[in-house]
Design a protein around this ligand. Structure first.
Ligand code: FES
Length: 128
């Protein structure tokens, strides 16, 4: 199975009450990089996910798995919960992490869950 990818917007700002020496998104990426050194996911920085008013934003996806879209992630606090969710997602069939196993922060930050893309291989399996 292909390694999941966690996309995180590097340009997202800190919430109004928080500050840092970089953007909120870059701070979150830096925190995640140290917590995902085990190679569970491919951590990919992106430049704007078109949800700037819901910063920080991230998405977790893999071929044949659900796609999770997160927003309102707290740059100073979200990394441990997001890293743990990445490990749960990598281990779960189709990325279906049982709702009861998700942390409160992940439940709150989950904006959308999208079904896996239907690939030609999946279409072939369905047709048989
Ligand atoms: S700056 Fe992060 S979504 Fe636009």
């Amino acid at each position: 199975m292909t390694q999941p990818t966690l996309f995180v917007c590097a340009l997202c700002k800190f919430p109004a009450a928080e500050t840092g020496d970089t953007t909120g998104g870059q701070h979150l990426i830096n925190q995640l990089a140290s917590q995902l050194e085990d190679g569970t996911v491919n951590l990919q920085s992106v430049r704007c996910m078109a949800a700037c008013d819901r910063a920080c934003n991230a998405a977790l996806s893999a071929p044949g798995k659900l796609t999770f879209i997160f927003n309102d992630l707290a740059p100073h606090q979200a990394a441990p919960d997001l890293a743990e969710f990445c490990r749960q997602y990598a281990a779960a069939g189709m990325g279906k992490v049982p709702y009861g196993l998700r942390s409160p922060a992940i439940k709150q930050a989950t904006a959308y869950v999208l079904p896996p893309l239907v690939t030609e291989a999946v279409e072939g399996a369905i047709a048989r």
